[in-house]
Design a protein around this ligand. Sequence first.
Ligand SMILES: Cc1ncc(COP(=O)(O)O)c(C=O)c1O
Length: 408
Amino acid sequence: MSLPGPIDPPARLLMGPGPISAHPRVLQAMSAQLVGQYDPFMTDAMGEVQDLYRGVFATANAHTLLIDSTARGAIEAALVSLLEPGDRVLVPVMGRFGHLLVEIAGRCGAEVHTVDAPWGEVVPLEAIAAAMERARPKVLAMVHGDTSTTMRQPFEGLRELCDRFDCLLYADVTATLGGNPFPTDAWGVDAATAGLQKCLNGPSGSAPATFSPRAVEVIESRRSIEAGIREPGDPAVAHPIRSNYFDLAMIFDYWSPRRLNHHTEATTMLYGARECARLVLEEGLDAYQVRHDLHGRAMLAGVEGLGLTVYGDRAHRMANIVAVEIPEGVDGEAVRGSLLRDFGIEIGTSFGPLAGRVWRIGTMGWNARTDAVLATLAALEAVLRRQGVALPAGGGVEAAYDVYGAAA
Ligand SMILES: Cc1ncc(COP(=O)(O)O)c(C=O)c1O
């Protein structure tokens, strides 16, 4: 085998549903040298990260930290640590990622109940309430923004509902955190997990997460310290949390002043995650969300200006991704291929019933920018024209300009 050269990726503008192009400041932070995992510099940086993500999650939760995995791992950590085999969990499902929660909760040995909405819609509060009445779950686990359909589930009223049934509220905010309002404490969310690769400007591989005192109490009650690091007085229970790597009680110990050894912290990812949060808070959480809303609206107006149809319930769409119906007779993959090959722009398709039916175009993190939106719309128009689709000339860019003009 000949030795491959150094990694040299082509220039790409990632305008899909994530990952998006990482912010140069995040990449720069990730090129910093390693220090030992108990170096005071590192433990200070861990403390800073906790503080920074309290800001991003809008929470006072002491247990706010990073889980060293992609977002899926953090979902697994939350569910496997909260749910014991036989516990009941209710999952409202409105897309692929609701199904993922069902899958993971099932593998935790939980008794999984679901309440479904058709793809392209959200689950009404009354339907969740009725399902809670039937299922009496220990945990209500839901996706905030289901990237597969671009729908954003309202969270208002869920805390009251959970209080009525003495239930914990878990949220997967992978695709929404930062770019959409998600006031963890104000909405009474007990556990929320995210990823860096959507609105937060970073690569996947580190998952910010936060846990309320109520969730921590449940997790701590299952605490069991593994042999080899266990000290007199440390608990070792017969039925510990079923995952060692994702045992949040041990991960909490690792992030606590005791710094009880668990995994080797992914230092480079922590540097990156730290910069991601700094970028959000430097701009200001509200301003950051306003920017996502603006560029999301510009993209939406742009695709409609091209005469394309936006998929799903408009009242509940995520700020940062728009799903566009692929016009009849158009080869969606050929369009995506041409955008990538000829313009260096990536957009996404979707999954399951929406595979080949919609494109998903993201405007998030660093790519929630005027030039990125306009370039994508101009390129999409050119590629569709080559595919023989009749379009209003310049209609996409013009409509986006109008949104920017109205906001100026
Ligand atoms: C809503 C949602 N949850 C979970 C995930 C899984 O994230 P990861 O691929 O980082 O494991 C994704 C990824 O797209 C997502 O959009």
